[in-house]
Write a protein that binds this ligand. Sequence first.
Ligand code: CTP
Ligand code: MG
Length: 284
Amino acid sequence: MSFSAIVVAAGSGTRAGAGTPKAWRRLGGRAIARWSVEALLAAGADDIAVAVAPDMIETARSALGELPNITLVEGGATRSASVRAAITALSPHRRDQPVLVHDAARPFLTRDHVSQALAALTQADGAILALPLADTLKRQAGPRLETPSREGLWRAQTPQAFRHDQLAAAYAAWPDDQEPTDDAQVVTAAGGSVAICPGDPLLFKLTYPEDFAMAERLAAGARLVRTGQGFDAHRWGPGDAVWLCGVRIDHDQTLIGHSDADAGLHALTDALLGAIGAGDIGEH
Ligand code: CTP
Ligand code: MG
């Protein structure tokens, strides 16, 4: 399904501590914002607007520059101002298609998250990924500690999916003096329905300094090294050369097989298939 995306990356990341704004810090060798942009491209996004703080445009260009289908747009002072700017940067020819809004600060986005949100959008005016609350809630009410019910409460994540026109109209109707904390809030305020689909703990938002240490551990896991082993054996027979790993070697016999009998390439192929857990050469 054809869809557009907005990645909001224009925040200053004040809770994450001093230094480069979090979207442009590196995680596993890539800028944090690039993780989401690459996942959206892999999922088939054909138009992505990335909201970037004005003083970070050059940084963003060098982090994302060569990727296709991307427009960098200056973000605003608040998240909602950044979303508004990105909406206007998307191609006017795609006004009727789904648009996904995603926080750059949630780098572990996958194709599955995207397809879940797009599938749920067919049932409502918006679709969000959200998680139920696991912990008991506490509210300090003066000296008293209250325990509010968790009933019906969700933790809203991104991506959040909408239809382009509806999202644009909802933002146009949202009052300037209030700051929404997500896009579903803007669409529901305009009378739209929003469906919830299962969120993912891996879509946590990098917010505080300790979140970055956890993200580095997860990014290292994503770079897992795998090994495989393969062997092959063929009978000797009459001939004048042997082929090993694609190289002809003169010899007074040859290797017999229904195939090309290149035992070297067969062993290597089995090793590669083993490393990716995809069976063996005979099976394929
Ligand atoms: N965002 C944005 N424009 C803003 C503020 C936020 O595009 N003016 C983006 C952030 O870059 C982030 C997402 O909105 O990807 C979620 O916001 P948050 O986690 O609050 O990021 P920051 O606002 O950057 O962080 P902080 O609130 O700690 O300053
Ligand atoms: Mg913020």
